[in-house]
Ligand binder design. Structure first.
Ligand code: SF4
Length: 253
């Protein structure tokens, strides 16, 4: 799907936006946007906007200050007992508001097998870490084989009690979900999915089925939402989203 183009100037600028920040949506999102319109809350999250080219001085390449807490590539260890493992810098879609969008898909930020071993060695060596957050990018874009290997490794690290996966895949591209029920997941660790969802219009049958499969696999599902102007910055939008999620047995967090 192409972005909305209303004038020659806008068309020129939109192509500049697309060359600066990658544009990618899924067929599921295309369907929602076709139904809700190109200025709808869902469309606003994914269609390029010329305002993305307004880069202000305060914007930095490390907006939440990860770099000082990154002892090895792919790890962010900001709090004693918890560490992020940025397992991939690839996503199934590109959200326009993403604060990591400069890093997505770049060679600099991707982990090769040596980097991954060093990151896993760090987790093994730091026995104070009891919670690992798999993030990225979107960890669930990894192949079934790579996810199986990752879980096998994390399962064998005794001091890790909690594995949390931050993902947008069940919302943005549910047909691309790996089958986590087929993995050998650890029974002695708490497994959480934190689903990124911002508007009730993102709830589809595909998303509901993906959540059911995640629950069957043994995950507790929580959600996180980004407060976005023109998308969900009203009481009504958030109320509709949160009540619909609770009805599904998914807890806004
Ligand atoms: S899925 Fe998450 S990491 Fe990927 S572009 Fe969207 S907000 Fe960023």
């Amino acid at each position: 799907m192409k972005a909305s183009k209303t004038s020659a100037t806008n068309e020129h600028s939109i192509s500049e936006v697309e060359s600066r920040f990658a544009y990618r949506v899924s067929t599921e999102l295309e369907t929602i946007i076709a139904r809700t319109g190109k200025t709808s809350p869902v469309a606003r999250q994914y269609l390029p906007d010329i305002r993305e080219l307004d880069i202000i001085e305060a914007e930095t390449s490390d907006p939440i200050g990860d770099h000082p807490h990154s002892p090895v590539k792919g790890i962010v260890h900001r709090y004693d007992h918890r560490a992020l493992l940025k397992i991939t810098n690839v996503c199934a879609v590109n959200c326009r508001f993403c604060f990591r969008k400069d890093m997505l898909g770049t060679a600099d930020e991707s982990l090769d097998s040596k980097d991954l071993q060093a990151a896993l060695d760090y987790l093994r060596a730091h026995t104070e870490i009891n919670e690992v957050i798999l993030t990225g990018g979107d960890p669930l874009v990894l192949s079934q084989r790579r996810l199986a290997a990752l879980f096998e490794t994390l399962s064998a690290i005794d001091h890790i009690d909690i594995i949390r996966i931050h993902t947008r895949l069940p919302v943005a591209a549910p047909s691309k979900m790996p089958d986590l029920t087929a993995l050998n997941l650890p029974e002695d660790k708490a497994l959480f999915i934190v689903l990124h969802i911002n508007h009730a219009d993102e709830i589809t049958d595909g998303m509901k089925n993906a959540c059911k499969a995640l629950k069957t696999a043994g995950f507790t599902i929580l959600t996180q939402s980004v407060l976005l102007k023109g998308v969900n910055n009203t009481h009504e939008a958030l109320h509709n989203l949160f009540t619909a999620l609770i009805k599904m047995g998914v807890k806004p967090y």
